[in-house]
Design a binder for this molecule. Structure first.
Ligand code: NAD
Length: 510
C-alpha cells in the first residue's frame, strides 16, 4: 500500500512510477525520460523515476519560494509541534520505511532500521530548535544602547542525496533547515527515491503546509538546476567527490552556501595491546556491514607490530558472515547497489592482486541461492597492501578490507595523515596515552577510540574533514543551525525623553 499511495502508480507500462512532490501534491511527471530503479538482490526493475522537466523543477522552486514567507513567519513553537508529530509518525512507520529501503537499496532489514533510526534522531534534535536558534544579547553596550542578534532562515534551501542512506541522509537535511524556517527542495538519489517519498507523505500528515517541502527527481540536469537557480540560497550535498566538488564549485560560484560531505577511506589502527576479541569483531562488522557501502565503513586496517599476527583470525571471522538478500533472515550483508558497482569493486580487487597485494579472502564468486542475478560480493580481504596501490588510493565502497602494516604508532599516524580523505578513523587500544596521542595527532574529522564507526549523535555535528568535506559549517548539531541561518544584529537606543542629541556626530563613535 505504501508504494501505491506514495511512491508510485501503475502507468501503462505497469512499472510503478515515482511521483514528484510539488506544492503539497504527489504528481506524475510529464517527462519522456525515465530511469529504472532495480532491486539490487534480483536486478528486477521495481520502479521508474522521472527526470523532471525544466518547468516541473521551476514549479517546485516557485512553490518553495511562495511558501517561505508564511513558514518563516510561523511561530517557532508551531514549527516545533509539526516536527514533534513527524517524529512520532516516523517511529510508527519505521518498519515499513525499512522494508522500502531494503527493496530499493539492498541493505539488510536490521541495517535499514538503523538507517531510519539515525535519521529519526536528527528529527528529534530538530525539535530542540527553541534552544538551538536563540540569538545573543548584550545590554548597555554604551549609554542607553543595547544589542541583540536573531538567527533567521535563508529562504529556499536544497538537498542532493546519495543512494547509501535513503532515509538518514535526507533527514540530515530538510528537518534542520525547515525547523529553522527555511523551505526545502530535495533531490534524492535516482536509485532509491522511495524512502524519501514516504517520508514526505508522513511530513505532510504531520501538518507541514503545502509547498514547504518539494521533491524533484533526476540526475545532472536537476543538479545543475539547483546549483544555478537564483532563488536557492544554500545546498546540502552528500555523495561522491566527483559530484560533490563539482556542486561545491558551481553552487559557490553562484553565490550559494554549500556544504558537501564526500568520499572516504577510513583507517582502523589496531595496536597490539588492544582487546583482541572485541577489536576483531568490531573491525569485521565495520568493514563489511552494509556491504561496505557506508561513508564511515572501516575499509582500511593498519595492524601495528604484533597485531599483524591476528590476520588469520580476522579472515576467519569475515568468512563466517552470511551474504544474502537483505530481507532474508540471518543476512549479515546484502548486495551492492548495481551491476556497475559490482564490476568496479571486482576490478579494484583484481588490480590489488596485480599490484602485489595478497588476496586472503575472495568474495567475488559468491553465490546466493535464489538470488543468482543479484549484485553480490562477499567479504574480501586484501593484505600486504601498500599506500601506492590503487586499492588503497581509491574509495572501494564495497565489502573489501585492505590491510596495511606498521611497526609503530607513529608510522600508522603518518599513513593516515598522508591519505587525502579525512572522514573517520578508529584506534583500538587499551592504553589511554596511545589513544590520546592518536586522537590528537591524526588529521581526521571523526575519531573513534575502541569505537569502529564514530558517527556523532545529532547534538554534535558530522565533522568529516580534508577531501571528505567542503564548506564551512557541517551537517546537523549547532553547525547545522549555523548553516541554515543567517544572523541579523539589532542595535537600539532608547533615551529618556529629556536626553537630547545636541549635534550631529560626524566621527566614528568610540
Ligand atoms: P553520487 O555522487 O554518485 O550521487 C550523489 C548525488 O549526486 C545523487 O543525487 C546523484 O544524482 C548526483 N550526482 C551523481 N553524479 C553526479 C555528477 N557527476 N554531477 C552532478 N550530480 C551527480 O554518490 P553515491 O554513489 O550515490 O553515494 C556514494 C558516495 O557518497 C560515496 O563516495 C560515499 O563515501 C559518499 N557518502 C558520503 C557521506 C558523508 O557523510 N561523507 C555519507 C554517505 C555517502
Amino acid at each position: 500500500p505504501w508504494i501505491a499511495s506514495v511512491t508510485a502508480s501503475f502507468s501503462s507500462s505497469s512499472v510503478p512510477t515515482t511521483k514528484l512532490f510539488i506544492d503539497g501534491k504527489f504528481i506524475e511527471s510529464k517527462t519522456t525520460e525515465w530511469i529504472d530503479i532495480h532491486n539490487p538482490a534480483t536486478n528486477e526493475v521495481v520502479g521508474r523515476v522521472p527526470k523532471a522537466t525544466a518547468s516541473e523543477m521551476e514549479a517546485a522552486v516557485a512553490s518553495c519560494k511562495k511558501a517561505f514567507w508564511n513558514w518563516s513567519e510561523t511561530s517557532v513553537l508551531s514549527r516545533q509541534q509539526i516536527f514533534l508529530r513527524y517524529r512520532q509518525l516516523i517511529k510508527e512507520n519505521l518498519k515499513e520505511l525499512s522494508k522500502l529501503i531494503t527493496y530499493e537499496q539492498g541493505k539488510t532489514l536490521a541495517d535499514a532500521e538503523g538507517d531510519v533510526f539515525r535519521g529519526l534522531q536528527v528529527v528529534e534534535h530538530a525539535c530542540s530548535v527553541t534552544s538551538l536558534i536563540l540569538g545573543e544579547t548584550m545590554p548597555s553596550i554604551t549609554k542607553d544602547m543595547d544589542t541583540h542578534t536573531y538567527r533567521l532562515p535563508l529562504g529556499v534551501c536544497a538537498g542532493i542525496a546519495p543512494f547509501n542512506f535513503p532515509a538518514m541522509i535526507p533527514l540530515w537535511m530538510f528537518p534542520m533547515a525547515m525547523v529553522c524556517g527555511n523551505t526545502f527542495l530535495m533531490k534524492p538519489s535516482e536509485r532509491v527515491p522511495g524512502a524519501l517519498m514516504f517520508l514526505a507523505k508522513l511530513f505532510q500528515d504531520a501538518g507541514a503546509p503545502d509547498g514547504t517541502l518539494n521533491i524533484i527527481h533526476g540526475q545532472h540536469e536537476a543538479v545543475n538546476f539547483i546549483c544555478d537557480h537564483p532563488d536557492i540560497k544554500a545546498i546540502s550535498f552528500v555523495g561522491s567527490n566527483q559530484a560533490g566538488e563539482y556542486i561545491y564549485e558551481r553552487g559557490s560560484r553562484n553565490g550559494k552556501r554549500v556544504q558537501a560531505n564526500m568520499g572516504a577511506k577510513n583507517h582502523g589502527v589496531v595496536m597490539p595491546d588492544a582487546n583482541k576479541e572485541n577489536t576483531l569483531n568490531q573491525l569485521v562488522g565495520a568493514a563489511f556491514g552494509a556491504a561496505g557501502q557506508r561513508c564511515m565503513a572501516l575499509s582500511t586496517a593498519i595492524l601495528v607490530g604484533e597485531a599483524q599476527r591476528w590476520l588469520p583470525e580476522l579472515v576467519d571471522r569475515a568468512k563466517n558472515l552470511r551474504v544474502n538478500a537483505g530481507d532474508q533472515p540471518g543476512a549479515d550483508l546484502g548486495p551492492l547497489i548495481s551491476p556497475q558497482a559490482k564490476e568496479r569493486v571486482c576490478g579494484l580487487i583484481e588490480k590489488g592482486v596485480k599490484e602485489g597485494a595478497s588476496l586472503l579472502l575472495d568474495g567475488r564468486n559468491v553465490k546466493v541461492k535464489g538470488y543468482e542475478k543479484g549484485n553480490f560480493v562477499g567479504p574480501t580481504i586484501l593484505a600486504k597492501v601498500k599506500p601506492n596501490m590503487t586499492c588503497y588510493k581509491e574509495e572501494i565502497f564495497g565489502p573489501v578490507l585492505v590491510v596495511l602494516e606498521a611497526d609503530t604508532l607513529d608510522e600508522a599516524i603518518e599513513m593516515v595523515n598522508n591519505n587525502p580523505y579525512g572522514n573517520g578513523t578508529a584506534i583500538f587500544t587499551t592504553n589511554g596515552a596511545t589513544a590520546r596521542k592518536y586522537s590528537h595527532l591524526v588529521d581526521v574529522g571523526q575519531v573513534g577510540v575502541n569505537v569502529p564507526i564514530p558517527v556523532p549523535l545529532p547534538m554534535f555535528s558530522f565533522t568529516g574533514s580534508r577531501a571528505s568535506f567542503r564548506g564551512d559549517a557541517n551537517f546537523y548539531g549547532k553547525q547545522g543551525v549555523q548553516f541554515y541561518t543567517q544572523l541579523k544584529t539589532i542595535i537600539s537606543q532608547w533615551k529618556e525623553e529629556d536626553a537630547t542629541i545636541s549635534k550631529p556626530a560626524v566621527v566614528m563613535p568610540t
